[in-house]
Design a protein around this ligand. Structure first.
Ligand code: BT5
Length: 327
């Protein structure tokens, strides 16, 4: 952990009390001057740190920005997800950045956030709008040693983790629309983009991209999305801390990934079933130019959707767009 992360961690663990420069210097093994220099830099970033000559330093508030060291210090120990966190002020697409890390041999669990994306994307190269410092736009590198068909399980786990983190931070419980949409009152608040590198039907790596509209206001959305997209701020009626949500979500993702690694996909699927509004519905799914209609029943053990057509036949579907829903 960097010195900044260790300073922030020490100030946070003191709760609302001050920590003296001497104590910090002793605990962290650096000079008091070095501590002061870092505190000065953190203040420039917007951390409100009180410095009193007698008592020492006290963290009053943290800015709503993503700072890799601070995220690491808040997150604490994890099993896999969030072992390595990188933050870009601006990038094309965090999925592309993480794909490069994957090819460079970086270990699984690395997470890349961007404060804004210039070419954020959804499935089939659709654009994903990612305005500066308004949301969480990030991707996670995973390397599960599974058959390729099980990659869908990660989209399922990402959805349940996202729901729990949003609920924890805002009190609002969204719903899941198969395959990768998170909705609040029918409007899209988050989306998941799972991309995979595979070899001989084994997963080499997966890039799990998640976009969450956190503090966007109505005017931050382009006109064509205004009726169908929303943000946590619009739904909760208040601004939501992005670093806190980021940390909560990384913890939930780490837990869900562990559940999958321990072979407990059925637990994750059961939670997904409880929150998925597509199940039980008569739907038409568009896959390329093919349309399939039927009743969405449940997930199969690999994470594919079981769709029962009018003749009672089951089709297993791994991706597509629900274009029509009747109850
Ligand atoms: C998705 O695709 O919903 C997956 C979105 C994943 C975005 C993350 S952000 C971090 C990572 N890096 C990336 O480049 N991507 C991932 P899909 O189901 O294909 O939905 C795309 C559609 O959602 C678009 O065609 C728009 O209609 C709509 N859309 C675009 N931006 C949106 C936004 N910010 N909020 C809600 N809807 C949006």
């Amino acid at each position: 952990m960097s010195l900044d992360a260790r300073i922030l961690s020490a100030l946070r663990s003191a709760q609302n009390e001050s920590v003296s420069g001497a104590e910090l210097s002793q605990r962290l093994g650096v000079t008091r001057a070095a501590i002061w220099a870092r505190i000065d830099e953190l203040r420039k970033l917007g951390y409100d740190i009180e410095a009193s000559p007698h008592k020492g330093y006290r963290l009053l508030s943290a800015p709503d920005l993503l700072h890799a060291d601070d995220l690491l210090s808040r997150l604490g120990p994890v099993k896999v997800v969030g072992r390595d966190i990188r933050v870009f002020e601006r990038t094309t697409s965090t999925n592309d950045v993480v794909e490069k890390l994957a090819q460079d041999g970086v270990a699984e669990g690395a997470v890349v956030f961007a404060e804004s994306q210039t070419s954020g994307r959804g499935r089939l190269e659709r654009a994903w709008i990612s305005p500066h410092r308004k949301g969480l736009w990030f991707s996670v590198l995973l390397r599960p040693a599974w058959p390729a068909q099980d990659a869908t399980r990660l989209t399922i786990a990402a959805a349940t983790a996202t729901l729990r983190a949003i609920h924890r931070q805002t009190g609002v419980m969204p719903e899941i629309k198969w395959p990768n949409d998170i909705l609040i009152k029918g409007r899209k608040v988050a989306g998941i983009l799972t991309e995979m590198g595979a070899e001989l039907d084994r997963i080499k790596h997966v890039v799990l991209g998640i976009g969450i509209n956190v503090n966007l206001t109505e005017s931050d959305f382009p006109e064509n999305l205004r009726g169908c997209a929303t943000s946590l701020r619009l739904e909760a009626g208040r601004a939501v801390s992005r670093p806190e949500l980021a940390v909560a979500l990384l913890r939930e993702l780490d837990d869900d990934y562990e559940r999958l690694r321990q072979g407990a996909f059925d637990e994750v699927a059961e939670e997904w079933h409880r929150h998925c509004s597509t199940l039980g519905q008569q739907v038409t799914i568009l896959i390329g130019s093919r349309r399939i209609s039927g009743r969405a029943e449940a997930l199969d053990p690999h994470g594919a959707l079981r769709l029962r057509d009018q003749h009672g036949r089951i089709e297993l579907i791994v991706g597509g767009d629900v274009i029509l829903e009747k109850s």
